[in-house]
Design a protein around this ligand. Sequence first.
Ligand code: SAH
Length: 244
Amino acid sequence: MTFAATVLTLYPEMFPGPLGHSIAGRGLSDGRWSLDTVQIRDFATDRHRTVDGTPAGGGAGMVLRADILAAACDSVGYDRPMLAMTPRGTPLTQARVRELAGGPGVSVLCGRFEGFDERLFEGRPIEPVSIGDYILSGGEMGALVLLDACIRLLPGVMGAPSSGDDESFETGLLEYPQYTRPVEWEGRTIPEVLRSGDHAKISAWRKRQAEIDTRSRRPDLWERHEGARVQSPSGARREKEREP
Ligand code: SAH
């Protein structure tokens, strides 16, 4: 089955862009996923092909018009999830990416200027999604990020199918640190345990490092991880076992 991606944008020439290369690019030419773009401006109704207006209530910049965006979205339809890129959206997670990758595809609406007329989200089944707490100049980079995250999970796209499993976030933790040759670089050596060949020791070390790094770099993830562990029966048991 082909994962069908449609991007609605004022800059269709930005696609496939980086998704035409490497793993995603190979997946595209192998037909694991397909890409369509829709030029939002084609749905403008005036001579000047206007897609935006000044913000109601005043303020800087321009706002994309709900009527024109809705016409563009309606032309694609809502059989597949329709996501709109906006910093006001629900933050994208690996769990949501997995769900999307398991479905028939996704449509992604890209904003520009000050973003979308809010009524679009009331009038159409469109999910507002953010790729992080920072502001981009347009939704196109966000769409590339979202699609890349989905595409690498499609069957047959990634070389070794197992290499997705203990990646950062899949376990609720960051991944453990990785090393490769040379064994010594600028006086720093690869941790001894990784060269021991003792698989039980290696996996215990990796688990511990993942915990240490998550705790210091991502206290938010760590707190959620710990919360889930203490609440689950096996987690509660483990907590007890640790008591003196
Ligand atoms: N005024 C808006 C930001 C507009 S940025 C606000 O403060 O909420 C212009 C466009 O870039 C947005 O419409 C959106 O499509 C895209 N964009 C910017 N930051 C983004 C983010 N963190 N996640 C997803 N899309 C983003």
